[in-house]
Design a protein around this ligand. Structure first.
Ligand SMILES: [Zn+2]
Length: 74
């Protein structure tokens, strides 16, 4: 369960896409990834977890920055 949302399971999708606790961090992540792709791109869990072969470690780095910023795992 998510410690912020009473009725939500805290799975990867909830953490990255729906939990209101991380909205500000998520907005930064989404905007940064859109800038990397220089256009709208599918912003999904596969992209965040596995990155993009066309962008080296850029996506993975942004995912790591999000995780660090949310302080969810410290
Ligand atoms: Zn939540």
């Amino acid at each position: 369960m998510c410690d912020h949302c009473i009725d939500s399971v805290e799975d990867a999708h909830h953490y990255f896409f729906t939990c209101p606790k991380y909205t500000n961090f998520r907005d930064v992540l989404c905007q940064t990834i859109q800038n990397i792709f220089d256009c709208d791109h599918i912003f999904d869990l596969d992209l965040l977890l596995y990155g993009s072969p066309d962008h080296g470690l850029n996506i993975n780095t942004q995912t790591y920055i999000y995780i660090e910023a949310t302080k969810r795992f410290i």
